[in-house]
Design a binder for this molecule. Structure first.
Ligand SMILES: Nc1ncnc2c1ncn2[C@@H]1O[C@H](COP(=O)(O)OP(=O)(O)OP(=O)(O)O)[C@@H](O)[C@H]1O
Length: 320
């Protein structure tokens, strides 16, 4: 049986009323297990409850109800062990400006009770590419370097589970690649990775499994592959040999549109039409074809279909 790194049952969070704001039910009973060794994506629109969930895992927000186990340790029964099993790289760049990079890592290790002899400060500095900035004060580091330091801080106690909350928001390509290289390496060494990202392409590329939450509820949880297979929509794009002068062929159950580059896009559902039918119709209309390609839905299509209440099997993206 696969071991679960995280087991969440019936998790609820209601933030207390503030001023004239009524109480806010941010999580409405989440059940979610995350297998050990996976790279798991937690996705959802703004305000869905992702940060609340992550902050509960990190022990930064108190849950209102439900049960959370991290690496088998129940947060309520074994709070110390459950906290020691998880490291969180937060979204905000909250830094201790008066510590050096090395000092920040040391302080963090101290907070987690890691004995000096077991600290891996140099190894972590090397991994996050800050060896030459080890003695620079955090306030003198660039935004990208501070972010790397946050990753380092999340690793000082060698947690089994690493949570990355929007790790690549607003970072340049080089830093993004470095982060993903590190994440892959840590995962290969056995660490379970949970990440939230607004970049769905990134989630599609990085994550084995994905959960989508919306309005505090879990709406789907599946392997990335199965999620991508949920949408029935497909697009066949053909480039005609000559510019078309006559009307476009009318094919039942297929929507056709012209793209800016002169190609024709035929949106269809795999369950009602085959590409062969489209190609036959073009042949009969006397349209000769220079190039053909198909386009599959991507995670963005799945995400939009699920979070906008559309049914899977619905919209095809007008990719261009
Ligand atoms: N401290 C708080 N007090 C009151 N309401 C809060 C608090 N923190 C979050 N909320 C509300 O709870 C809901 C969920 O917020 P949360 O930050 O968990 O969402 P999110 O999915 O992380 O969004 P984002 O992607 O924008 O970070 C939102 O409606 C938010 O306004």
């Amino acid at each position: 049986m696969t071991r679960n790194a995280i087991e969440i049952t019936g998790l609820r969070k209601t933030y207390a009323a503030q001023g004239n704001q009524p109480p806010k039910e941010a999580l409405k009973g989440i059940d979610l297990s995350i297998p050990a060794g996976s790279i798991f994506g937690l996705l959802g629109p703004n305000g869905a409850g992702k940060s609340t969930l992550i902050n509960i895992l990190a022990g930064l927000v108190l849950k209102s109800a439900g049960n959370v186990k991290i690496w088998g340790f129940d947060q309520d029964v074994n709070p110390r062990q459950s906290r020691a099993s998880i490291g969180v790289m937060p979204q905000e760049l909250n830094m201790d400006p008066f510590f050096t990079a090395r000092g920040s890592l040391d302080v963090q290790a101290g907070l987690y009770g890691v004995p000096k002899s077991q600290r891996k400060t140099n190894e972590i500095l090397e991994m996050i590419g800050l060896t030459d900035k080890a003695d620079a004060y955090a306030r003198a580091l660039s935004g990208g370097m501070r972010r790397r330091l946050l990753l380092g801080k999340a690793l000082v106690h060698s947690p089994q589970v690493l949570v990355l909350d929007e790790p690549t928001a607003g970072v340049d390509i080089e830093l993004r690649q470095m982060l993903w290289r590190n994440v892959r390496r840590l995962n290969e060494q056995g660490m379970t990775i949970i990440l939230t990202t607004h970049y769905l392409e990134e989630a599609q590329e990085m994550c084995d499994e994905i959960a989508i939450i919306n309005h505090g509820e879990l709406i789907v949880r599946d392997t990335t592959e199965a999620l991508l297979g949920r949408l029935d929509a497909k697009t066949l794009v053909i480039t005609p040999e000559q510019d078309l002068t006559g009307p476009l062929p009318d094919i039942p159950d297929v929507e056709v549109s012209t793209r800016a580059d002169g190609s024709l896009a035929f949106d269809y559902r795999k369950s009602d039409t085959s590409p062969r039918r489209i190609l036959d119709a073009l042949y009969q209309a006397g349209i000769s074809i220079d190039d053909v390609k198909t386009e599959e839905p991507d995670l963005e299509d799945v995400f939009l279909a699920l979070t906008h209440g559309a049914h899977t099997g619905g919209t095809a993206k007008a990719a261009g």
